[in-house]
Design a protein around this ligand. Structure first.
Ligand SMILES: *Cc1c(COP(=O)(O)O)cnc(C)c1O
Length: 235
């Protein structure tokens, strides 16, 4: 069951306050960190809550099919971002359904996406997903392969690489998330320097580790359960 709009609104206020406090502690400006509400497994009404709230320009979904079915049921006005693993055979549909894909993690996928995006008027925005915590349970390119992956993506004129994304390993120890996020930040700094590209977006931090992510330089936290409550099923 979806929570009420009032509950969503108070959850959102609490998450935004947590982000502001994390920014204050890190000496950062809160305008540098955006909140991406993650609406996966929730009905289209959850997306309309985000729209009604205002000030939150996009939503995150982790499955192409689910988003393709849900998006036409919403009132529009938001950007949709793919944050879940993408198989090459779904790449073409993903480019149609989503406004940005954060989960680009292989050279093969770069090639397929570039082809799918080639008829569009403007370069299609992507992030490269890096397994910065070296977690065998997570998708994402190996940090060792990040330079090759970036080089392949930069060679595609139909794609625009806006930055990097990571998911920290599940752990009770906040140091695991801290190390993962610092690693992604350092990798971004190195790659930006080496390839002379800005890579401004660092998509990192979720409900359980967003304070650590903001401290390490996150520019976007992807938050589901802290806004919408526990998900009906864990996909
Ligand atoms: C589900 C999901 C999130 C949100 O997770 P919460 O713990 O519910 O905040 C963030 N990022 C990705 C990639 C996800 O799949």
């Amino acid at each position: 069951m979806l929570l009420s709009y009032d509950e969503f609104q108070s959850n959102t206020a609490a998450v935004l306050a947590t982000i502001r406090e994390a920014c204050r502690q890190a000496g950062r400006n809160p305008t540098e960190v955006s909140l991406l509400p993650v609406t996966k497994t929730h009905p289209a009404e959850a997306v309309d809550y985000v729209r009604r709230h205002g000030g939150l320009p996009a939503v995150g979904e982790n499955r192409v099919q689910e988003a393709a079915e849900k998006r036409p049921l919403t009132s529009g006005g938001l950007r949709w971002e793919l944050i879940g693993h993408l198989q090459s055979n779904k790449a073409r549909q993903a480019v149609e359904v989503f406004d940005r894909i954060q989960s680009v993690d292989s050279e093969k996928l770069v090639g397929v996406l570039a082809k799918a995006a080639s008829t569009r008027p403007a370069p299609y925005p992507i992030l490269l997903q890096i397994n910065a915590g070296l977690d065998p349970a997570k998708f994402g390119a190996d940090p060792d392969q990040a330079a090759r992956l970036l080089e392949a993506a930069l060679a595609q004129t139909s794609l625009r690489v806006e930055g990097l994304m990571t998911i920290a390993p599940l752990s009770d120890d906040p140091d695991v998330a801290r190390r993962t996020f610092s690693h992604l930040r350092e990798l971004r700094d190195q790659l930006a320097h080496r390839f002379q590209v800005p890579l401004p977006e660092l998509s990192m931090g979720m409900s359980g580790d967003l304070t650590e992510a903001v401290a390490a330089g996150s520019t976007q936290v992807r938050v589901g359960s802290a806004l919408f409550g526990r998900r009906p099923s864990a996909p």
